[in-house]
Design a protein around this ligand. Sequence first.
Ligand code: FAD
Ligand code: NAG
Ligand code: NAG
Ligand code: NAG
Length: 642
Amino acid sequence: MRFTSLLSLFLVASAASLVAASPTPQSNPGDVDSEYDYVIVGSGAGGGPLACRLAMAGFKTLLIEAGGDANGNVNVSVPGYQAVVTQDPKLRWDIFVNHYKDQNRAKRDPKYTYEVGPYQYHVGPNPPPGAKEKGILYPRGSMLGGCVTHNALIWIIPHARDFDLIATLTGDNSWIANNMNKYLDRVLTWLPTEPTDPTILLRDLPLAQHLVGGASAAGVSVPLLTPLVNLGNLLLNSPNNRALPNRDAYEGYFQVPLTMKGGTRMAVREHIQRTVEAGFPLTVQTETFVTKILFSNATDPSTKPRATGVEFLKGAYLYKASPFYHPSNAAAGRGTVRAKREVIISAGTFNTPQLLKLSGIGPRAELQRFNIPVVKPLPGVGTNMMDRYEISVNVKHPEDFNVLDGCHFDLKPHDKCLTQWLTKPDILAARGAYTPDIDLSIFGGPLNFQGYFPGWHDFAVRDHKHFSWYSLKAHTRNRAGTVELRSADPLDQPLINFNYFDEGTREGGADELDARALVQAIRQSREALKAYYKYPILGGTPWTEEKPGPDVQTDEEIKQYIKDEAWGHHAACTCPIGTDDNEMAVLDSEFRVRGVDGLRVVDASIFPDIPGIFIQSAIFMISEKAADVIIQEAKNETKRMF
Ligand SMILES: Cc1cc2nc3c(=O)[nH]c(=O)nc-3n(C[C@H](O)[C@H](O)[C@H](O)COP(=O)(O)OP(=O)(O)OC[C@H]3O[C@@H](n4cnc5c(N)ncnc54)[C@H](O)[C@@H]3O)c2cc1C
Ligand SMILES: *[C@@H]1O[C@H](CO)[C@@H](O)[C@H](O)[C@H]1NC(C)=O
Ligand SMILES: *[C@@H]1O[C@H](CO)[C@@H](O)[C@H](O)[C@H]1NC(C)=O
Ligand SMILES: *[C@@H]1O[C@H](CO)[C@@H](O)[C@H](O)[C@H]1NC(C)=O
């Protein structure tokens, strides 16, 4: 079998320049009208680009976002702080999920977390008495731009098969990859991406030694005596080169571009800001939490319900997943807004199904259990959840990597990396490579990365002696994840079960195949670590493997490690597009929620299958596609009227 592996250097160094604080694209509550053409809930990868496009087409558009605007927060703008920012309590939601429903099994993961006080956590075994079981932290951002404003900025375009599959499934040929290319072109009109500076490697040869080891293990020929020359050339390639006829299976060593400009994070948040500043009819309402979609004709079963608007609460940190949640936060009031044309839900993989269910769209029995009046029974809402599986190999050196000299990641004057970032806006933040493969991407970097848990960033950079190869299985087979209501309170986080491996999809040995691919990933990471010793010319010191550790050698032992400790962070597919005859399909191929009028979903939850390697590119593309479909339909209606 051929496989593609992506080796990239996650240099948690520092890059970019401080953007002068520009005006926040937020209107005062008083400025909000009571009626818009389109009302969009959620300003992330799905909702943000769509809102901009609808406004640019002249439609009066309201974009509602639960979080605030992180404008001017250095945690957001410095790419090197992409891990720090996920811990920022102003911006994060502490969502907890189950990898396994069986809690005893779940606790085999050292990342299993307990609550010991409000938003105070104990991670790992031996919790203090009275600690409450929470599960596994799933990082989420709530702010203008959604998770895109705190993500790792990695920009890799989806595979052709991701879209061709939707075309085949639905018979809607507008989804064919060749046609989807035009939406990628539209994304690139507002999204800057940048490679990073390869000379970083010259500043830390032992670190470069790991990278060349990785290249060598991936089958790239790297001369033993002049390894850097070759590596430097290889890293000039981009994994996103659409001109390569077989890009999706291309063997090579590529760098990973980031969504930034001049070394400063720039993506959806800034696109929204520019669209408002350009005077298009876009109103952005931050710190506003939507609790319900409103329908007309919802009670008479002989009529088709129509979404007419939404109900919301006004205030910051209203959702209980926010560490700053307090019951008094909602004091700023509540209200409703009408959508003349449509309501579009873009609240993300967890919140979109939650909001649909709270509004009466979902599995009938579940809605009835919480006394929610059924508007339209749709059994597929909150099912079919997919994610990547990710796993790491972590080693420790006796000495520090000097590329991290002076990096404290704390924004204080002693943080030389920040000082360097402030004065030299073009240093590398991440860089990588690409090779043949089975859908595995392998990233490397000078940090101790073992997945997400409260304080994961502090742990990852506690010292500068660790190096991690971290693997991501892109197209997993498990679609057994669910998002269910915990209560009828819209401010409670839902119950999220991923049902990993043998607890999930098993047809055709799906669970075994996924686990086996990850075993291969661990073995390949170890090959890379072995190949490190082929390049002593770069002067690196010997490492010791801490995780999985020397005791984990056989396939069975490695598989157990994977089942215990794997994680993901690209959850998707909870409101899947599907065919008319599939009762589990939530959307039609034009993003419409089945069985109701005036309501669509546009975010990570729409995919029938998880796309690509890194998911934001695919979401940006479907956001542009949704805008096209919606605008086209509106134009058709106008034509019919005259
Ligand atoms: C730590 C981390 C790193 C990542 N790194 C990468 C990466 O490097 N590359 C990549 O391609 N992908 C990455 N991702 C994934 C990617 O960022 C997300 O998958 C993507 O942003 C999801 O888009 P979305 O539109 O579905 O939801 P989101 O971007 O999560 O946006 C949803 C928005 O809706 C708002 N909202 C939710 N409920 C309500 C409500 N009831 N009322 C009002 N507003 C509401 C939320 O506050 C949020 O802002 C990363 C994700 C995380 C968490
Ligand atoms: C950045 O995030 C950290 C948490 O990781 C937080 O302590 C700090 O206050 C944040 N900085 C800013 C400028 O908000
Ligand atoms: C409600 O249903 C009736 C009958 O089908 C229809 O004429 C009317 O337009 C519907 N109202 C709305 C707001 O959709
Ligand atoms: C709009 O009308 C055109 C031409 O009649 C048709 O091909 C297209 O499918 C319609 N689009 C939508 C979104 O209704």
